[in-house]
Design a protein around this ligand. Structure first.
Ligand SMILES: Cc1cc2nc3c(=O)[nH]c(=O)nc-3n(C[C@H](O)[C@H](O)[C@H](O)COP(=O)(O)OP(=O)(O)OC[C@H]3O[C@@H](n4cnc5c(N)ncnc54)[C@H](O)[C@@H]3O)c2cc1C
Length: 822
């Protein structure tokens, strides 16, 4: 083994080999790949090799890239990857499935992927072996295909080796060694290798290997048994032309293999395995046959392709595959340990996407920054609680069937719930709260009246939702009266120093001015070097050298990591995560000031004493030292109350008691979403990510150019200020949308202008005041020849005619850079 390398990769499956190949392709050739067994001996060798997935966003981008790469690898390496562009056909048994396909077709066409919605009769043209009389139609994707997983892996490995990567089989990584809190070396069964970067590509072993470093690294994934059968040849099956068939309503798929078929599925009741560890060795190994378990899938396979009833099964295959808590892969740099990267947990899409995963990982490792659009796969979206084995075992039972579940809007996981809860949880539950979950935290989405039965309507819908009236009432309380909302899931950090070091530190991190009078609250971005939002938070100066930072719930790990990454080396600034110690209660609405005056023993709650965007300590009821900030996150008059957990119930009860005379009512996150959309407030993780700058979302007023402070992202913003922006955050109000009969926008819809797609919506919801569907999203102006995004002027936004496409139907949409007064 070499004694040192720039990068050491553990795992010689499709993913590890692709990372190695792409690092070398981009010029990093001082790379060593270690495989404990033989290349592809883990999960890769027995994959079915379908390159056909109903995915969007970054996973789609990685998948599309892989489909381009596999056919080219033979010319480069001499190894045939088995790639056949057969196309794939996704059939629909229900009208809702067809709607899902229409929405999906809109989304992938906007990314340049060719596809077509076809009638049941036309399905037979593409795939004569399928039964079609019970179908509503299908989605045909001609660019999809199949590959041979072990050959893809060998080709990537050879391509990497040809560029200088060293590949060693039968070498297992035992431990990752650290010095001064970053990766320094790996310990293997054959000696140590010093390295700057380590990449954990060990598939289902990645959780366990993550524990073998100090600090340990979380890799939330868990194995499940995964099944298919291989049949004898079937007349009419053809390697080059028979498409991959997928029948999600019958949870099964079929691909041609040696004249017969590989038929598998994503069954509704999966079997997690290896909770207490993977047996060793586990090399080119399978799990026991379980015909009883496979029976429901098999019935559906035979129903869809009756010709299979006439042929024998050659082989029953049961192999383990690893699944993550949300069906997105774990990728990127571990927040616990600089230099430690992860690409593991491919949710049964690791062959279809290996090429793209390797490319994105190589870009990430080389630049040190996450490539654009990678937040959905970024490992920082998970926290400590997501790495718990029992949690993972429960959750993956829900994840495995998800590729074939109906993708209704606003999905919520049902499994492994009630993990993080506010002290108000039980009280809100009794009040009718219908909970969702964010970062493992239970949060009220809306409140149902038990007698209405709305909450029992669990069937999803693409149109007007069952909670429409309930949310309207909540919304009206916020707009006309007063409401209360539990926002305890917010991430809360105290940042302090003994001298004024904390001010210097935060001035460098924040694009807004933070050297403000004690008692001031402000909104600010924390930007990266490209000027993009790493974090979007509220900040309160509690004392000269003490700040409270409030970040979105899903920023718990990411913002913690960002803040720590930039701490002064001298240790002069301290950060304390106080999220678990404080509940957050929002009192909002036009009468909130009046109510607040009743609640506290403050002399007055007048706007002179307690103006907007300030904070004070108040007592509420008997509870002392409540940190009150005069703001809401939806633009209403309001107060955020940060309450020590032990007082939370008392404070809540007191507010409800005094609020009764005001007609106070509980409201949930759906209401906040509707309020903020009508005000065109962009939310981090939904509308904003690390690729959006303040200038692109009309937030110039939160950038402190005038002060000469060299905050991170300043030079990128100065350049952008001179040149102009290439994307703009725009609000759209839909015309002629029938609330009751049309399908609704839910986010992700293509935005059309002049016969071309110029963007996608990021948020959508009904504007209860504007009485129109409201969509928010980013607009580009691609050059017709090159496709390059051109500078966007305000004129382009206000003068162009836009349309929003919902499941194939276009609605004209009035564009606004700033929201109307409501
Ligand atoms: C039945 C079945 C059907 C499937 N069908 C498809 C399909 O049709 N299409 C698709 O896209 N995907 C499919 N998949 C999923 C696909 O197989 C996986 O997503 C993919 O193989 C994952 O690749 P990987 O490199 O992450 O993991 P692996 O292939 O498991 O590679 C990890 C490697 O790491 C090695 N390793 C572990 N620990 C260490 C260590 N400490 N040191 C060194 N090496 C170590 C292991 O030996 C292993 O070789 C299927 C999976 C199954 C089970």
């Amino acid at each position: 083994l070499p004694s040192q390398a720039q990068v050491v990769i553990a795992g010689g499956g499709a993913i590890g080999c692709s990372v190695a190949y792409h690092l070398a392709k981009f010029g990093w050739t001082d790379v060593v790949l270690l495989e404990q067994g033989r290349l592809s001996c883990g999960t890769t060798w027995h994959a079915a090799g379908c390159c056909a997935m109903l995915v969007e966003g970054i996973v789609r981008t990685m998948f599309e890239y892989s489909k381009q790469l596999y056919p080219k690898l033979e010319a480069e390496t001499g190894i045939d990857t088995g790639w056949q562009q057969t196309g794939s056909i996704y059939v629909a048994r229900t009208e809702d499935r067809m709607i899902a396909y229409r929405r999906h077709a809109d989304a992938i066409r906007a990314m340049g992927v060719e596809c077509e919605l076809v009638s049941p009769r036309d399905i037979s043209v593409y795939h004569p072996l399928l039964r079609v009389d019970d179908l509503k139609g299908a989605l045909w994707v001609p660019g999809d295909g199949v590959a041979t997983p072990a050959d893809v892996t060998q080709a990537l490995a050879k391509g990497a080796a040809m560029k200088g990567v060293q590949i060693h089989e039968k070498v297992g990584v035992e431990k990752v060694l650290t010095v001064s809190g970053r990766v320094n070396a790996v310990r293997t069964n054959k000696g140590d290798i010093r390295c700057d970067h380590f990449v954990n590509c060990t598939g289902q072993w990645a959780w366990e290997l993550g524990q073998q470093s100090s600090p340990s690294v979380r890799v939330p994934l868990h194995s499940c048994e995964h099944f298919y059968i291989i049949t004898d040849p079937v007349a009419g099956a053809n390697t080059a032309t028979t498409p991959v068939a997928q029948d999600p309503d019958g949870y099964n798929y079929m691909r041609e293999w040696n004249g017969g078929f590989i038929c598998g599925g994503f069954e509704p009741t999966p079997k997690p395995v290896f909770t207490d560890g993977i047996p060793s060795p586990f090399e080119f190994q399978l799990l026991e046959e379980d015909w009883d378990h496979f029976q429901p899938v098999l019935e559906q396979i035979l129903l869809r392709m009756p010709a299979l009833k006439e042929v024998k099964v050659q082989k029953f295959l049961n192999g383990p595959e690893s699944f993550t808590p949300d069906l997105f892969p774990n990728m990127g740099q571990a927040p616990e340990l600089p230099g430690y990267f992860v690409a593991a947990g491919m949710n049964s899409g690791g062959i279809a996407s290996a090429g793209g995963v390797g490319k994105v990982m190589a870009e990430w490792i080389i630049s040190g920054d996450p490539p654009a659009g990678t937040w959905p796969v970024d490992i920082r979206r998970f926290g400590e609680m997501h790495n718990n084995r029992r949690y993972l075992r429960e959750r993956v039972k829900e994840i495995l069937p998800m590729p074939y579940a109906q993708p209704y809007p606003k999905p919520e996981f049902q499994s492994a719930r009630k993990m993080r809860m506010s002290p108000l949880y039980t009280t809100l539950e009794k009040a009718g709260a219908v909970f969702g979950v964010k970062m493992g935290y239970e949060r009220a989405n809306w409140f149902s009246k038990p007698e209405s039965g709305e909450a029992r309507l669990t069937q999803g819908t693409y149109g007007k939702p069952p909670w429409f009236n309930a949310v309207q009432e909540e919304y009206m309380a916020c707009r006309q009266n007063v409401a209360i909302m539990d926002m305890s899931s917010f991430t809360k950090f105290e940042v302090r120093s003994s001298g004024d070091e904390v001010v210097t530190y935060l001035q460098r991190l924040c694009c807004n001015e933070v050297d403000v009078p004690v008692g001031t609250v402000l909104h600010t971005g924390m930007l990266n070097h490209y000027g993009g939002y790493e974090n979007d938070c509220s900040l309160a100066r509690l004392a000269e050298n003490l700040y409270l930072i409030i970040s979105p719930s899903n920023q718990m790990v990411r913002s913690w990591e960002w803040l720590h990454r930039h701490l002064p080396k001298e240790g002069t600034v301290q950060i304390r995560d106080i999220t678990p110690y404080y509940a957050a209660i929002n009192v909002l609405g036009p009468r909130s000031r009046e109510l607040m005056a009743e609640l506290t023993d403050a002399v007055t709650m007048s706007s002179q004493y307690f103006p907007s965007f300030t904070c004070r300590e108040l007592s509420i009821g008997f509870a002392p030292r409540i940190r009150a900030m005069s703001l809401s996150h939806s633009g209403e008059l309001g107060w955020m109350l940060y309450v020590p957990q032990e007082y939370a119930l008392h404070v809540y009860d007191h507010i409800m008691h005094k609020g009764r005379d005001f007609g106070i009512r509980n409201v949930g996150y759906y209401t906040i979403a509707h309020l903020r959309m009508e005000r065109a407030f962009a939310f981090w993780g939904i509308d904003l990510d690390a690729s959006v700058t303040p200038f692109e979302c009309q937030r110039e007023h939160r950038v402190k150019f005038g002060k000469g402070v060299d905050f991170i992202g300043r030079s990128a913003l100065l350049k952008q200020k001179q040149e102009g922006v290439r994307q703009k955050f725009v609000m759209f109000l839909l015309d002629n949308h029938d609330l009751d009969n049309d399908l609704w926008p839910w986010g992700g819809e293509p935005i059309w202008e002049g016969g071309r797609v110029v963007g996608r919506t990021t948020s959508a919801g009904y504007g209860y005041t504007l009485k129109k569907q409201v969509c928010l999203g980013f607009v580009h102006n691609p050059d017709p020849q090159t496709g390059e995004h051109q500078i966007i002027t305000n004129n382009f936004i206000t003068k162009s005619k836009f349309e929003i496409q919902i499941a194939g139907k276009k609605f004209s949409a009035a564009a606004r850079l700033f929201p109307p007064q409501i």
